[in-house]
Each structure stands twice: as structure tokens, then as C-alpha cells.
Design a binder for this molecule. Structure first.
Ligand code: SF4
Length: 352
């Protein structure tokens, strides 16, 4: 890696991002449905692979719907779009469609889905903005070893199909698992082949009881090399970059190298605390304006609407869902509200 070239490319990438996307950075978060994946050979880096043998009843490892919906409501209050709705393999299309409809309805916003290989025939396409394929790594050997039951070809097929339905498409890539610098070229080719709208990079967060336990993360300059290469080749693409609480200071450099959006944080445990404020400061230090908040308690409590202050990426959309799910939402209303209150109380308690 030529470090001077990476820094020079990053400056160009930053300017390109400003030109095509404006002077904003936002925060996103994946909405997780549960902790169980029913692949018999789960991916070797994944937290769910370490939990699989401990979970006797897979359904008990699913989140309650009121908890999912409460989080969706709070995300809108604080101006964080959902990166996607995500879960391990094992949900039926009907289950996914119900969740998708209800989340979209409470947020008045279409959603991205990242739930493995899905067929689109039985999904309410009017509430889907896009589909994400979990590619994880473009290094073929590494991919076969780490994700033995998730062949890239199937993911590619699904993403091309999604385009036929006029859906946006994206992929996820995890860095720090053994990929090589030469793989950047393969990634650029894949983006072009699939005509992707979006990419999410993650820096591997090594999980206990996986082969990566205790391993170090990718260096920030290497991470910048991947991000800036994508930005220089695809100026209009949405680039989302993941960090973690132990690497918050990579946020500024990732924005400088072309990132639009920062993701992958715990939320309620650090909202309003020094870590949340560090995220905001990292973003602002790059000269970007922050959409959403990681510290505004009044926004979290619903006493202030960030959209009135032009600090939210949300614009209400027309969301039409089945009568069955409207009825279900009515039935769930008080439970969702209780869960919202409990998340807010937990956040305030963490601040003391
Ligand atoms: S498919 Fe997704 S949830 Fe399942 S093991 Fe792989 S990364 Fe984890």
C-alpha cells in the first residue's frame, strides 16, 4: 500500500463526496430481528455462529415484535435511518413481509432488507427501498472458507433479480478477515457488474468463541484505501462505513475517504455519553453537518422533531400495508409505547 497515494486519494474522494452528496453525514443502524441463524454451517466470523449450539429453541432467540417496532420509532425520533432490517436465515417470507410492513408503517419510510436469499413474489414491494446481499468478502478462497453455505453466486442472482423489480441494491463487505489489497480491484468489478447503489463496509469486530477471537482489526489507513477506491470509481454510490466503540476515532478518516454514513454502534448504552458525543465530534471535525443526533435527549424523548430543524434524513412516505397488519399494530400500540418508554428510561439511567 502506498500511504501517500491513499491520503491523496482520500482528499479527492472527500471532494467528490461533497460534490455528489452534499456536506452531510448521517448515522444508520441495522434493525436486528434476533440472534439465531439456521444455516447448518454458519459463517465463521458471525456472533450467531457462537450462539447456535446454546439455543435450544430458535424461536426464543427472536426479538419480540413490540421491541423491534419501538426501536424503529426511536430511530426516527433521533434521525437515524435503518440501515436495513436484518436477521439470520430461518424466517418465512410471510414473517418477513409482516415485519417489513409494520416497520415501514410506523416509520412512514420504505426499508432495505438484508435477510439472506429472498424471493420477491410474496413481499410488499411498495414498502421496500432496496435489498442488500451479504457478500462479506470478495476474496473467493476466503469466502468459501468463511461462508461455506452462502455462495456469492446466489447473492448475485438475487441482487440482479431485485433490479428487475426496480429495487435498489447493496452489499456488505467485512474488512480485516484476511483479504488482500489486490482484492479491491475484484470489489470494483463486482460493483460494476451488479450496478449497485450502495455498499456497507464493516471493520471486523472479532467475536468471542469464533476463529477471530482476540485478533486485531484492520488498520485505519487500509480501511481508507478500500473506501476511497470505491468513492473514486463510483462517485454517486452511497458508502456506509462501520466502526465500533473501540475504534470511534476512525470515523473522521473514513468520512475523509468518501463515506456518507457511519454505522455499527451500540445505541442506548452510549447515547448522550462521551462515546456518543465523540461520534458527533468526529463527524463535525471533518467539516460535515451531522444529520440525526447521538446526544439530544429531547429528540429521543419525542419532545423535539429533528425534521423541523432540518437535522433528519427522514421524509414521510406513503406506506400502504395490509389491513391485517394495521389491525395488528392497533393491537400492539400500548405494548410498543411501553417498550419505547423502557428504552428511553434505560438510556437516561445510563447517563447518571
Ligand atoms: S448468514 Fe448471516 S446470520 Fe447466518 S451465520 Fe452467516 S453472517 Fe451470521
Amino acid at each position: 500500500m502506498d500511504v501517500v497515494e491513499v491520503l491523496e486519494n482520500s482528499i479527492k474522494a472527500y471532494k467528490l463526496t461533497t460534490k455528489y452528496h452534499g456536506n452531510f453525514t448521517d448515522l444508520k443502524r441495522a434493525l436486528f430481528l434476533g440472534w439465531y441463524c439456521n444455516l447448518t454451517k454458519p459463517c465463521k466470523f458471525c456472533y450467531m455462529s457462537s450462539q447456535k449450539s446454546k439455543i435450544k429453541n430458535p424461536k426464543s432467540a427472536r426479538r419480540r415484535i413490540e421491541s423491534i417496532l419501538a426501536e424503529a420509532v426511536l430511530m426516527k425520533r433521533i434521525g437515524w435511518k435503518l440501515e436495513f432490517i436484518s436477521g439470520g436465515y430461518g424466517y418465512t417470507v410471510e414473517e418477513l413481509n409482516d415485519i417489513l410492513e409494520m416497520v415501514s408503517y410506523v416509520q412512514k419510510s420504505k426499508q432495505y432488507l438484508n435477510v439472506g436469499i429472498v424471493g420477491f413474489e410474496n413481499l410488499n414491494l411498495n414498502v421496500i427501498e432496496g435489498v442488500v446481499g451479504a457478500v462479506e468478502t470478495v476474496n473467493d478462497e476466503l469466502h468459501d472458507y468463511l461462508c461455506p453455505q452462502k455462495p456469492i453466486d446466489k447473492t448475485k442472482e438475487m441482487l440482479l433479480k431485485a433490479k428487475e423489480y426496480n429495487l435498489k441494491t447493496g452489499i456488505t463487505i467485512i474488512l480485516g478477515m484476511g483479504e488482500k489489497e489486490e482484492d479491491i480491484e475484484k470489489l470494483l468489478n463486482l460493483i460494476e457488474e451488479l450496478d449497485l447503489n450502495r455498499i456497507t463496509f464493516y471493520s471486523l469486530n472479532p467475536q468471542k468463541e469464533t476463529i477471530f477471537e482476540g485478533k486485531p482489526s484492520i488498520a485505519t489507513l487500509e480501511y481508507m484505501n478500500w473506501v476511497s477506491s470505491v468513492r473514486l470509481n463510483f462517485p454517486k454510490m452511497e458508502i456506509i462505513t462501520g466502526t465500533w466503540v473501540d475504534k470511534l476515532t476512525n470515523i473522521g478518516p473514513l468520512i475523509m475517504s468518501g463515506s456518507n454514513t457511519i454505522t455499527k454502534f451500540p445505541l442506548f448504552s452510549i447515547f448522550g455519553k462521551k462515546e456518543g458525543i465523540t461520534v458527533e465530534n468526529e463527524i463535525k471535525s471533518t467539516g460535515r453537518e451531522l444529520l440525526g443526533t447521538f446526544s439530544d435527549i429531547e429528540a429521543l424523548e419525542g419532545k423535539k422533531d429533528l425534521r423541523d430543524l432540518k437535522r433528519s434524513p427522514y421524509v414521510d412516505e406513503d406506506i400502504e400495508i395490509s389491513d391485517k397488519n394495521i389491525e395488528r399494530l392497533r393491537f400492539l400500540e400500548s405494548r410498543i409505547n411501553n417498550k419505547i418508554d423502557s428504552y428511553v428510561r434505560k438510556t437516561l439511567k445510563n447517563l447518571k
